[in-house]
Unconditional design. Structure first.
Length: 180
C-alpha cells in the first residue's frame, strides 16, 4: 500500500496488522476514537485496560504524554529506541480511549525497522497491541493475521524482529517493571 493511501486509510479509521519486535501488532491512528474502538472490538479487548502507542521518534508521542523532566527524559532515552515500553503520565488531553482507566499511557519509540518506517511515513504514532484475540497467542506471520482477522484489518506483510517475548513494560515514576 502506498504511503499516501495508507495514511488516508489510517486517518479514516482503518485498522492494520503489521510486524513488530516479537509478533504482529494491531494498529490504528491513536487520535481516532472510532478506529480505536473498532480495533478493540476486533481484538475483544476492554477499553479500560488501555493500549500501547509506538512512534519512530519521541515528538510523535508528545500529544499523549505529560512533558517529562530532564531526568525522566534521560531515563526514557536510555532504553529508546528499543523494545522497552514506558508507562508515562498522560497529557491533560490524552484520550480516555487510549489510557483506559489509568493516569499513565504505555509508550515506546520502536527500533523495529518496519514499524518505525510506518510511523515515519504516515507521520503519526500508532496504537500497537498484539495481533490476537484478547488473551490468545499473538500472530507471528502474515498468514496468521489473515487466519485470525480475515479482511477485517489491512494486513501489511513483513517479518517480525524475532524477539522471543514482548517488550518490557516499566513505570517511569516508580521504576517498577510490570512485564519483564
Amino acid at each position: 500500500m502506498k504511503t499516501r493511501a495508507l495514511q488516508h486509510f489510517l486517518r479514516s479509521g482503518g485498522v492494520i496488522a503489521y510486524p513488530t519486535e516479537s509478533c504482529f501488532g494491531l494498529g490504528c491512528d491513536p487520535s481516532n476514537r472510532l478506529a480505536v474502538q473498532r480495533l478493540l472490538r476486533i481484538k475483544g479487548r476492554p477499553q479500560r485496560k488501555g493500549l500501547i502507542v509506538i512512534a519512530s521518534r519521541f515528538p510523535q508521542l508528545k500529544p499523549y504524554i505529560a512533558p517529562p523532566s530532564a531526568a525522566q527524559q534521560q531515563q526514557l532515552f536510555s532504553r529508546w529506541p528499543g523494545p522497552h515500553t514506558w508507562l508515562v503520565p498522560t497529557a491533560d488531553n490524552c484520550p480516555a480511549w487510549l489510557k483506559g482507566r489509568h493516569t499513565s499511557l504505555a509508550v515506546r519509540v520502536t527500533a523495529h525497522k518496519y514499524a518505525a518506517q510506518l510511523c515515519r511515513s504516515t507521520r503519526m504514532a500508532l496504537v500497537s497491541t498484539s495481533a490476537n484475540h484478547n488473551g490468545r497467542v499473538p500472530a507471528k506471520t502474515t498468514r496468521d493475521c489473515y487466519r485470525l482477522f480475515g479482511h477485517s484489518v489491512k494486513v501489511l506483510p513483513g517479518r517480525t524482529g524475532g524477539a522471543s517475548k514482548p517488550s518490557t513494560i516499566q513505570d517511569l515514576l516508580t521504576g517498577k517493571i510490570l512485564r519483564p
